[in-house]
Design a protein around this ligand. Sequence first.
Ligand code: COA
Length: 460
Amino acid sequence: MVHELDTFFKPKTIAVVGASRDSRKIGHAALKNILISDYQCKLYPINPKEETILGLKCYKKISQVPGQIDLVLISVPAIIVPTILKDCVEKKVQNVIIISSGFGEVDNHELENELKEIIKKSKMRVLGPNVMGYKNASIGLDASFAYGTPRKGNVALISQSGALGIGMIYLANNEYMGVSKIIGVGNKIDIDDDDLIDYFAQDPDTKVIGLYVEAVKNGRKFMNSIKKCDKPVLVVKAGRSKAGARATASHTGSMAGSNEIYTAAIKQAGGIRCRDLVELFDMAKALTGQPPAQGNKIGIITNGGGLGILLTDACEETGLTIPKLSTKTYKEIDKILPDLIKPNNPVDLSADAGFFRYELATSALLEDPNIDGIIVASVHGGYARPEEFTGAILKMIRERKLHEAYKKPIIATWVGGREYEDLVIDLKAAGVPIYPSSWRTARAMFALYLEGERIKREKK
Ligand code: COA
């Protein structure tokens, strides 16, 4: 069945009201982004004074555009927006994005309510006001005024803050994390987080959904959409502190609500609450690249005892456990260790561990039914050879097909400097979830465990 937001994300006809020849204006940037998108659609600039903009024939009003319009972007001063919105209703436009600011977020609730009244009786879906628009990387359409092209991938990002949404694109690119769609929701007079979660739940290009939320308009609908969604939903809910809640009120004109209630409700709905965007990205990388963990028993492999202990503490504090090795695994790993070292969990391969020790230890843990997930760690100590560690990880993950039967996630941690970082970038580019901190690694593994639990609950 075609979702009602399908024409919103895949419009065949788009008009930009407030399109301008002036390259400093947002209406110019929005038109240009659509024009240069690798996407085929009819595009109409709307401006009462111009004949053509960026080589496109310009129309004075929405009503003059021939045929059906699937999506209108509005970038005119707030006071003119109600008139334009009425034109859109009259023209039976299907979807609208109101980029313009100057509504509830600056206490202009009267004007915002006027917009709500105008759209109340129509079937038109409206995003905003006070938004950047969206970038649909799955099909190559950029319906926003923001610079930046996300890598194509499987994480859908929803942001109540436009600037943060744009920042997320660059962060995602830096982390080699691919995005399916990224969308700003702003003041949410109509299209809300729950609508988008429902849409992304059935979007074949999306595997994981991540949200930055300041306030939820309808808590019940929001939680129900997370509950219904059979994909992981990661939520950064801002305004945790009293001062933070005050700041959300002046940002998008909304109430942050009780922090504890949000934490409990998101958990109950089956979502994962992340502390910040970096944690959201860490978890998203693990969830898109690795199978969920079938339980919380984790095996740790390291070439440095200290890093092994830090990871053990972080895992245990997070809610994971580090069980003792089975006799079979103990014997397997004992064969590859220097005489003076005895196998344990964390498995300390010792400072001079190379490719084969890493590879064989990982294989032994994959075989161990008492281990649900594996963390492979390396510290760039005196003897360590980063290429051998990263080579072993890459081999393990590249050969994932071979390991699919085990249904166990493998993620990695590293501690080192510049020369190590270059290799880590190669790993990230190959889709390997690798983190520079024991805590971040443990949290990413915890997300894989929670996802495994969610799937088990769903199957019951
Ligand atoms: N129909 C179509 N175009 C119209 C119009 C109408 N009824 N009335 C005016 N316009 C044209 C203007 O003439 C202008 O074109 P021009 O450059 O050829 O003169 C264009 O629309 C834009 O209007 P202008 O008055 O120049 O506004 P602006 O571009 O300086 O600012 C906004 C408009 C929407 C960008 C601004 O009001 C705003 O809200 N900025 C913040 C946006 C934002 O940050 N959003 C949230 C992001 S997260």
